[in-house]
Ligand binder design. Structure first.
Ligand code: NAD
Ligand code: GLY
Length: 358
């Protein structure tokens, strides 16, 4: 088992990564002292792993909540359902919530924990590659609003992230590829050597090789823990983690959260950020070509049909990084060197959107 730490003073917590961790009954209990525990999962993940998690927590009082599956259900109404369950069972402030599933369950269970009685403890047990490399770490919780992605939420750090890499064995191939988008993101932001490693080992990752997957989960969490440790609330560097996301969120919200998976939208967004960086005279064409090749080989989309560039721009304006009406973007100087800027030519953004939407 690998143990990393997110260093946040009194809110610090461990990330435990290993194969078969759900079978180690003592682990979750060590980090979740509460006597009353709500385990939140969804209709797909619950039949696979809920019993193992609930069993490892007994003889505490364990209540289970199973939400409908999918991004379209990441809503305030479903968080309200979780709050109702907590109230109905008379859980106190000393209870804990456990999120068992992908990023959708993690974001909603975490948000319910942030809201209930002004904040109770929660643990992340991520079961998708995307959640294991990204969403379970860092304490961003929340839901979508019809007008935009993740518009409602709170920062609330978990007490532990317990990642059992064996859960990836049941993950559909399309979901695995979607998770790779967030992995590629880390290489692009700050680790050119890691990007090169991904180019070399992509086929092993796509084949679900456990050692290759364990390596990318560990490296991704190291990078994310380090960035969150120095900027928990996205006052500065944490915004780098949104590389590709302003474009990606527009893809998701313009298509009603149903056509493209979050990771797929991020994959397309990474390419758009690279193309835009090239339009701005920052990134070389050969580096854009390398990024395009890796995105393509990962089975991630390179162009979004059925959304006009104008519609995409409108959705981008809802982004949380908009300041004074100006869309701030994460761009690349080179692979491994990202920065946030509002200083770009509108024409460069228009050309990028024209080339990738429509
Ligand atoms: P998801 O939670 O919808 O999971 C993807 C699919 O895989 C779902 O159908 C799920 O039921 C299924 N699944 C999960 N684990 C499985 C397993 N082990 N075996 C079989 N099926 C399994 O999507 P996701 O990609 O995990 O997460 C995307 C969400 O995460 C988005 O809402 C995004 O906004 C959010 N996100 C949050 C953060 C953050 O910092 N909080 C970061 C990145 C993404
Ligand atoms: N996924 C972006 C963040 O956690 O900040």
């Amino acid at each position: 088992m690998n143990t990393l730490k997110v260093e946040l003073g009194s809110r610090s917590y461990p990330i435990l990564i290993g194969e078969g961790l759900l079978g180690r009954r003592e682990l979750l209990g060590q980090h979740v002292p509460a006597r009353d525990v709500l385990v939140v999962s969804n209709a797909i993940v619950a039949p696979l792993y809920l019993d193992a998690v609930s069993e490892s927590l007994r003889p505490r009082r364990v209540v289970e909540a199973v939400l409908p599956d999918g991004e379209a259900h990441k809503t305030l109404a479903n968080v309200a359902r979780l709050l109702d369950v907590l109230v109905a069972n008379r859980f106190g402030r000393d209870c804990a919530v456990i999120a068992l599933g992908g990023g959708v369950v993690g974001d909603m269970a975490g948000f319910a924990a942030a809201c209930y009685q002004r904040g109770v403890s929660y643990a992340q047990v991520p079961t998708t590659l995307l959640a294991q490399v990204d969403s379970s770490v860092g304490g961003k919780t929340g839901v979508n609003h019809p007008a935009g992605k993740n518009l409602i939420g709170a920062f609330h750090q978990p007490s532990v992230v317990l990642t059992d890499t064996r859960t990836l064995a049941t993950l559909p191939a399309r979901e695995l590829r979607a998770g790779l988008a967030e992995v590629i993101k880390y290489g692009l932001i700050c680790d050119a050597a890691f990007f090169g490693w991904l180019e070399t080992h992509l086929d092993e990752l796509l084949a679900g090789d456990p050692a290759a997957l364990a390596h990318v989960i560990r490296r991704s969490c190291e990078i994310k823990a380090e960035i969150v440790g120095r900027d928990e609330r996205e006052q500065a560097d944490r915004a780098l983690l949104n590389l590709g996301h302003t474009f990606g969120h527009a893809v998701e919200s313009a298509t009603g959260y149903t056509q493209w998976l979050h990771g797929e939208a991020v994959g397309a967004g990474l390419l758009m950020a690279a193309a835009m960086s090239c339009e701005c005279g920052l990134l070389s064409e050969s580096e854009v070509a390398r990024i395009r090749r890796l995105i393509g080989r990962s089975g991630l989309p390179e162009k979004i049909e059925g959304v006009t560039p104008q519609a995409a721009l409108e959705h981008m304006r809802m982004d949380k990084k908009v300041q004074g009406g100006r869309i701030r973007l994460v761009l690349l100087r080179k692979i491994g060197d990202a920065f946030v800027t509002a200083d770009y030519a509108e024409a460069a953004l228009s050309r990028t959107l024209q080339a990738h939407f429509g």
